[in-house]
Write a protein that binds this ligand. Structure first.
Ligand code: TRP
Length: 454
């Protein structure tokens, strides 16, 4: 049966743009504007960026195509899609655990994602009148010790996520994404223009784009791979859950490329805006998660109309984070609603509560719980981040690639893609079948071997 005949029990989204907006809304978020720049700074600039771009293109895009394809063919929540497609392929029913693992990974990510989104949220109310970039460094450090404020903004953010998912994802976000995201994009471009005025534009840009190959090691590769999965929302079923609503006649391949392109563009522009400010002010590129909160406020202080742009920027960043966060909650909620036949808002509230509770530990991990280091010397926030992004997502990715590449009937896969047999299709299938599982597997082995964790 083609997917034309199998409409999702949740209905399909009409129009090609709805899926693209939802998927881009999921992909573009804190991962691009907050995480990408600070990871690039921590892992050596150009070397990290190069590996990251290679991972996006050779592993990320093929797996994104696979995830959309699974979702659209299954037309259910990720866990039930996997169960259904396993039957169709006469494979082990245990494949459904892949979907369930994804739902759990989504909650883990949501828990600390919401804390970081709370930072962006809180910065809407910053004054932007400090007198140096260092001032904003100290501001951020003391902000991380203000537990009440951190928990307050984390709580509101999770609540908003629950509220939107409870109403149904598309009703909740459509207008926001297509009206507001273009404005966020324009502000980032303006910040890039400001960066040309700092006097260190070329230094910043060459830091990002001139790879120092001696800096590439197992740790950098694993971090770049994890970031590629994270930024494209891959490996845990978010894109699969959205794929379930994609119209049958929409081209999966070009859609995936488009979303990946937009996502990468935003991340690179954020880097181009931030690093010139870092070098012009003699800041440390490797300061970690605070990078964007130290550099951009200082840019806003110096820009014409900076106060307005500053507020607007953090409002939009919070909304971008929200449209990502809902895709972290959705796979679990859709699964519970389908399987247990309980109301959507109850499922959303229940799972959201779990993420909220875990998030409290993340919020406290910079001060009160700083001594609590579950993985290596990483605090709770960084441990969850590491576990989900650098372990669970790539692992999910390997299994998705194996399922589509090896388990499903080849004719079913090609039918769903709706492409003529040709070079592009063959290249994609090769990347998915051999390159993704082998390369990701190899990176894991290297990482364990070289003791990345400790
Ligand atoms: N991609 C989002 C970002 O860059 C985060 C995100 C949303 C995500 N859904 C996901 C990450 C699913 C991994 C898996 O901010």
């Amino acid at each position: 049966m083609t997917s034309e005949a199998r409409k999702s029990i949740h209905g399909t989204w009409t129009g090609k743009w709805t899926f693209i907006l939802a998927a881009a809304g999921s992909a573009v978020g804190l991962g691009n504007i907050w995480k990408f720049p600070y990871m690039a700074g921590e892992y050596g600039g150009g070397a990290f960026v190069l590996v990251y771009l290679v991972c996006i293109l050779l592993i990320g895009v093929p797996i994104m195509i696979a995830e959309i394809l699974l979702g659209r063919r299954g037309r259910r929540s990720p866990a039930n899609t996997m169960a259904y497609l396993a039957v169709e392929a006469r494979a082990f029913p245990q494949w459904k655990y892949l979907g369930m693992m994804g739902a759990v990974a989504g909650l883990l990510i949501l828990s600390f994602y919401s804390v970081a989104a709370g930072w962006a949220f809180a910065y809407i109310f910053e004054e932007f009148n400090g007198t140096s970039a260092e001032y904003y460094g100290q501001e951020f450090d003391s902000f991380l010790k203000d537990e009440t404020r951190l928990i307050f903004f984390h709580s509101i953010f999770i609540f908003a996520t629950i509220f939107i998912v409870a109403r149904g994802v598309i009703k909740g976000i459509e207008i926001w994404i297509n009206r507001l995201m273009p404005i966020l994009f324009i502000i980032i471009v303006l910040l890039c223009v400001y960066a040309t005025q700092t006097g260190a534009f070329f230094e910043g840009v060459s830091y990002l784009f001139t790879p120092d190959f001696s800096k590439i090691n197992a740790k950098v590769i694993l971090a770049a791979l994890g970031q590629a999965f994270f930024t494209l929302s891959l490996g845990m079923g978010a894109i699969m859950a959205y794929g379930a609503y994609m119209p049958a006649n929409q081209n999966i391949g070009s859609t995936a490329l488009y979303v990946a392109f937009l996502d990468t563009l935003v991340a690179l522009l954020a880097g181009i805006a931030i690093f010139p400010i870092v070098f012009a002010n003699n800041l440390e590129p490797a300061v970690g998660p605070g990078l964007v909160f130290v550099t951009l406020p200082w840019a806003f202080v110096n820009m014409p109309l900076g106060i307005i742009f500053g507020k607007l920027f953090f409002v939009l960043l919070t909304i971008a984070a929200l449209s990502s966060a809902i895709s972290l909650l959705e796979p679990g909620v859709a699964w519970i609603v389908e399987s247990l036949k309980i109301k959507r808002y109850i499922a959303a509230a229940g799972l959201g509560f779990i993420a909220w509770t875990l998030g409290i530990f993340s919020a406290l991990s910079f001060d009160l719980l700083a001594g609590f280091t579950p993985i290596g010397d990483k605090n709770f926030f960084d441990s969850l981040d590491f576990l989900s992004n650098q372990v669970l997502l790539p692992l999910g990715g390997i299994f998705i690639a194996i399922f589509v590449g090896w388990v499903m009937k080849r004719s079913d896969v090609f039918e769903e893609l709706n492409l003529k047999e040709g070079l592009v299709l063959k290249a994609w299938f090769f990347l998915l079948k051999f390159v993704s599982p082998l390369v990701v597997g190899l990176i894991f082995v290297l990482a364990v071997f070289f003791g990345v964790v400790t």
